[in-house]
Design a protein around this ligand. Structure first.
Ligand SMILES: [Zn+2]
Length: 372
C-alpha cells in the first residue's frame, strides 16, 4: 500500500513509500481493527515535522508515516471486538499509553510526565497518511454516518474539547460558575473549531484574528455561527473589553505568545484563560504590566491553564459537538474544508498549500484517500 512519509530530522524529506498492508494480528488480545483510510487532514504539525523541527521514526524504521487527523472505515475486526463492525466509520486517537509515567499506566497518557511520546504520525508510531492502518479497538471512536463528511475535523477538535474540559474541571472550585462570554484568540482552523464548541455551549463568543474582516472567509464563518470577528490590528484584546465587557473564559490559539499577557488582563473575576498554542521559538516580550496582572489574578481569583493532546473522552465530546453543530448550523463545518487533495501520491500539493496557507486562503487541507 501507499503511504506518505518523512525521514525525521531531515528537512523537506516528505515522499511516497510502498509498505505492506497491515494485518489484524499485529494487535494482541484479539482487539485488532483493520481500517481503510478515507480522509486525512494536514496541519502545522505535519509541516513542522517535514521542516525537521521534530518527529521520531518507529523502532526499526528510517522513516515515519505522517498524519494524525484521520477518518476511515472498518474493513475487518478481530474476535474480541464487539463494539465495531465492518462498514463502521471511525476516527482513531493519536497518543498511546506506552510511556513509564503513572498517567500512562492509568490511561491518561495525554497528561504524561514523560519527555518521550508515542503519537501516531508524530513520534515513534506510523501515522494515518496511508491506505490502511490497524489499531486496537480501544483507541477507535465510532462516527455517526451523518457527520462522515466533516469527521476529519474531529482530531483537531479533540484538543479543544480537552481544553474546555480542563476549564470546566478547574472551575468546579466555584460552587456556581455560570460563564456567559468568551474570547477566542486566533481564528484559524483551531480557533474556528473553538468558537464552534463554545457556541454549542451557549456562550456569547468574540473571535480575534490578525487579518482584516473584509473578504476574510474565517471572519464570515465566525459571524455565520453567531460570533463576532475583530482584527487585533484595529482592536486589541485589552481594549475590546470596553466594547464587549470582560470575558469569563478566554481560549488562546494564535501561536503568538505575547498576546497571553493581554488576555490575562481581559478576564472577568473568577475567569479562566486556556493556553493551547505550541510556541517553539525564543520570542521574549517586555513592558508586561506585571504588578497589575498579578494583582488582578490574586484579587479576582482568576486562573490560567495550559493544555495539550486529548484522550478518548475528548474525542467522544467532539463527536457530540460536531453532530449538534450540523443540526444547528448545517453545512457550516463543511465550509472549513477548503482544500481537498485526492490521492496520497499528490502529497506535494498538500505541502505546497501548508507552506503557503495565507496565499491559498486555506482553513483545512486534507487528503481524500478513498471515497466515503
Ligand atoms: Zn493537526
Amino acid at each position: 500500500m501507499k503511504a506518505v512519509a518523512v525521514i525525521p530530522k531531515k528537512e523537506k524529506s516528505v515522499h511516497l513509500v510502498e509498505m505492506e498492508k497491515p494485518k489484524l494480528d499485529e494487535i494482541k488480545n484479539g482487539r485488532g481493527v483493520l481500517v481503510e483510510v478515507l480522509r486525512v487532514g494536514a496541519c502545522g504539525t505535519d509541516r513542522e515535522i517535514n521542516n525537521a523541527e521534530y518527529g521520531v521514526a518507529p523502532e526499526g524504521f528510517e522513516f515515519l508515516v505522517l498524519g494524525h487527523e484521520n477518518f476511515g472505515r472498518v474493513v475487518e475486526v478481530s474476535e474480541n471486538v464487539k463494539e465495531l463492525q465492518k462498514g463502521d466509520f471511525v476516527v482513531a486517537t493519536v497518543r498511546r499509553p506506552f510511556g513509564a509515567s503513572i498517567y500512562d499506566k492509568i490511561g491518561q497518557q495525554d497528561f504524561t510526565t514523560d519527555a518521550e511520546y508515542w503519537e501516531r504520525g508524530i513520534s515513534r508510531l506510523h501515522g494515518y497518511m496511508a491506505e490502511f492502518y490497524v489499531e486496537n479497538a480501544d483507541f477507535l471512536v465510532k462516527i455517526p454516518p451523518k457527520i462522515a463528511e466533516i469527521a476529519v475535523l474531529l482530531e483537531p477538535l479533540s484538543i479543544i474539547e480537552k481544553g474546555l474540559k480542563q476549564a470546566e474541571d478547574i472551575q468546579k472550585r466555584l460552587d456556581i460558575w455560570q460563564p456567559k462570554t468568551a474570547a477566542v484568540l486566533g481564528t484559524g482552523n483551531v480557533g474556528l473549531l473553538t468558537i464552534m464548541a463554545l457556541r454549542m455551549r451557549g456562550f456569547e463568543v468574540h473571535g480575534f484574528g490578525k487579518q482584516a474582516r473584509e473578504g476574510y472567509l474565517n471572519a464570515q464563518l465566525c459571524e455565520a455561527i453567531g460570533a463576532t470577528y475583530d482584527s487585533t490590528d484595529g482592536l486589541s484584546i485589552v481594549n475590546s473589553v470596553e466594547k464587549y465587557g470582560e470575558y469569563d473564559l478566554i481560549f488562546e490559539c494564535t501561536g503568538y505568545s505575547p498576546i497571553i499577557f493581554d488576555a490575562m488582563q481581559s478576564l472577568n473575576e473568577n475567569g479562566i484563560l486556556i493556553l493551547a498554542s505550541v510556541t517553539g521559538g525564543e520570542r521574549k516580550t517586555d513592558a508586561v504590566p506585571s504588578d497589575k496582572i498579578n494583582q488582578e489574578f490574586v484579587l479576582g481569583n482568576r486562573a490560567m491553564v495550559g493544555t495539550v493532546n486529548a484522550n478518548r473522552e475528548h474525542f467522544e465530546m467532539g463527536v457530540k459537538d460536531l453532530a449538534l453543530c450540523e443540526a444547528m448550523y448545517e453545512g457550516w463545518l463543511a465550509r472549513m474544508l477548503t482544500h481537498k487533495v485526492s490521492g496520497l501520491e499528490n502529497y506535494e500539493k498538500v505541502f505546497e498549500i501548508l507552506e503557503n496557507s495565507g496565499k491559498y486562503n486555506a482553513i483545512k487541507t486534507f487528503f481524500e484517500v478513498n471515497k466515503i
